[in-house]
Design a protein around this ligand. Structure first.
Ligand SMILES: Cc1cc2nc3c(=O)[nH]c(=O)nc-3n(C[C@H](O)[C@H](O)[C@H](O)COP(=O)(O)OP(=O)(O)OC[C@H]3O[C@@H](n4cnc5c(N)ncnc54)[C@H](O)[C@@H]3O)c2cc1C
Length: 329
């Protein structure tokens, strides 16, 4: 099915003003992914005086090619979706510091202080942490260049794109085996490549995968490089026992060797779980009063665009309620 083409109104984007270090905002939002952008839209519609500090707009959404599970679109180009989110945010009069990373977050009295890599310090009465996660990369040649062109990190999102094809899954734990299950369901031929000796996934999950004829298992093997011009065509793996290299023809590589939350700037301030994710309650409140969390950086399960956007909306509304209850709005 064809969808109408979308063109971005760049005049809006140029108008975003820089946040002011002298001001004390009602709300500061860290991040520019779906969680942060949804929070920004909700907060702006509540007429909160807010600013967004982010390295980029789009977050992980810009890492993929097509999104097939954003409600209302059978399939939408991921860049177009991220552009639409960005345009929506910039349709409001919101201060944005783009290309900026928060490096240190503290609370002084009732005020949050955010130091950035530009050396500026911003202040606010409430703060939303929406800095997302990044996939632990394989760090092999070809990986970065072919992200979204056969290199994938999210089976829930991308498995259907590999229907009837050949895929290598790097990893040996539950995420790798769950990815294998998702791929097998759509009729993909799967090769699991495990760096560590011995598979780490739950026994039942392993059994389910191992009894399938469309699966090959390469234990104690290392992905050496990913090959392809424009799209993945092969993966070179090395047997760590005998150092022998082998080229596997493949249409894709799923990297499932763990996720890292972007928590470096606030991990000493707020309670995290054992994975480094921000612990939030069902209203997105953290262990610190006035501090909220949303999206992939939190312990909320299922890392998806729609979930991050929903949590971002909740976090903004909770920040609003917090300020109203404190008679600060
Ligand atoms: C390849 C790939 C394909 C995917 N496909 C799909 C799909 O088809 N459907 C789906 O639902 N989900 C998909 N996902 C998952 C989805 O993209 C994430 O769940 C979602 O983007 C999470 O949103 P978020 O806002 O919480 O975090 P992110 O998208 O990670 O955004 C975090 C934002 O914070 C910024 N940031 C990080 N650190 C700092 C800092 N210190 N200071 C300031 N800013 C900072 C980042 O630059 C970024 O803008 C995919 C993910 C990947 C990687």
């Amino acid at each position: 099915m064809d969808f109408p083409s979308f063109s971005l109104d760049t005049s809006l984007l140029e108008e975003a003003r820089e946040p002011e270090p002298e001001a004390t905002y009602d709300l500061l939002i860290l991040g520019g992914g779906p969680a942060a952008m949804s929070a920004a839209v909700y907060a702006a519609r509540k007429m909160m005086n807010l600013a967004v500090i982010t390295k980029d707009f789009g977050g992980q959404v810009r890492e993929t090619s097509e999104v097939e599970n954003w409600l209302g679109f059978q399939s939408i180009n991921a860049k177009d979706l991220a552009d639409r989110f960005e345009e929506h945010v910039k349709g409001f009069d919101i201060a944005v510091s783009l290309g900026t990373a928060a490096t240190e977050v503290n609370k002084e009295g009732d005020t949050f202080k955010v130091r950035t890599d530009s050396g500026k310090i911003y202040s606010s009465r409430t703060l939303i942490l929406a800095t997302g996660k990044r996939h632990r990369p394989l760090n092999v040649p070809g990986e970065k260049e072919l992200v979204g062109r056969g290199v994938a990190y999210c089976a829930t999102c991308d498995a259907p794109l590999f229907k009837g094809k050949k895929v290598v899954v790097a990893g040996g734990g539950n995420s790798a085996f769950t990815t294998a299950v998702d791929l097998l369901k759509v009729g993909t031929e799967v090769t699991l490549v495990n760096f560590i000796k011995g598979w780490q996934a739950d026994e039942a999950l392993q059994q389910r995968v191992k009894e399938t004829s469309e699966v090959s298992l390469l234990d104690y093997h290392q992905v050496v490089r990913i090959e392809g011009k424009g799209r993945v065509t092969a993966v070179v793996v090395k047997n760590r026992e005998n150092e022998k290299e082998e080229r596997l023809d493949t249409d894709g590589v799923f990297v499932e060797i763990g996720l890292l939350p972007n928590n470096e700037s606030f991990r000493n301030l707020v309670e995290l779980n054992e994975h480094g994710e921000v612990i939030v309650d069902c209203s997105c409140r953290t262990s610190v009063e006035g501090l909220f969390g949303a999206g992939d950086v939190t312990a909320v399960p299922h890392k998806q665009i729609v979930i991050a956007a929903g949590e971002g909306a909740k976090a903004a509304l909770s920040a609003y309620d917090y300020l109203i209850n404190k008679s600060l709005l």
